[in-house]
Design a protein around this ligand. Sequence first.
Ligand code: HH2
Length: 273
Amino acid sequence: MGVLNVTPDSFSDGGQFLDAERAVAHGLEMVSQGAAIIDIGGESTRPGAASVPPVEQVRRVVPVIESLARQTEVPISIDTCDVEVARAALAAGASILNDITALADDDMARLAAESQVPVVLMHMQGTPRTMQADPYYEDVVGEVLDFLVARARRAESFDIPGERVWIDPGIGFGKTLEHNLLLLKHIGRFVATGYRVLVGPSRKRFIGTITGREKPADRAFGTAATVALCVAAGVSIVRVHDVAAMQDVLRVVRAVQECGTPGSIHGPVKNAQ
Ligand code: HH2
């Protein structure tokens, strides 16, 4: 899943794609690099971010979604927790809902059910404005897992079938460095629920803390380590900024996973040394 933020203030690509034409060009570039989904957002959720009125989010994302949907078959997801924005995005051609509040709003749950699209349920402690103030858990993995399974069951009670529910531990959303690391270390427990798992570690602060890389754009190698761990553990979707580089990570992890299985060696891997 390639990230496309049509915002002035996202932590990593803020201001780069506020212009619709540039946003569309970047979306198409990520498609050409192998993105299987383009995730479009019109509101930053970085720690401390102020919320953006739905009408402004719509103004930012709808032209980009319309244009991309005309030019590519790759599914587009809308990253929003506002039902009006989600509705406008679906009408413009989006076909996945990415809700960082995990369907806190019943209207969003009804929209997901009616429109029969997959929905990402993400865990967050607090709100973007407050979430990094003092995150606290007794048992971060158990609590995040219990929350997501409860929200997935709630989604199913709205007639959203389990195969359309994707769960996401919400890396960086009300989590310390240690919390993020524990969630990544035990990501297999989320996979074991049977729901598809999405993880979004890309370029985040905790990677900068570990590597000493202050600039988000310099965190691709750190991100690659998390992507490799997640994919090896059975995660279905990784939400990333550096699509071309992470495609290479994916290819190598898959080649290792598939080696030794008859008929599994294919394409460029065949003659590798
Ligand atoms: N992370 C961000 C935004 N949306 N959605 C899901 N499902 N999972 C995530 O981990 C996730 C997300 C934050 O990253 P980004 O979009 O690059 O930054 P910003 O929120 O500043 O726009």
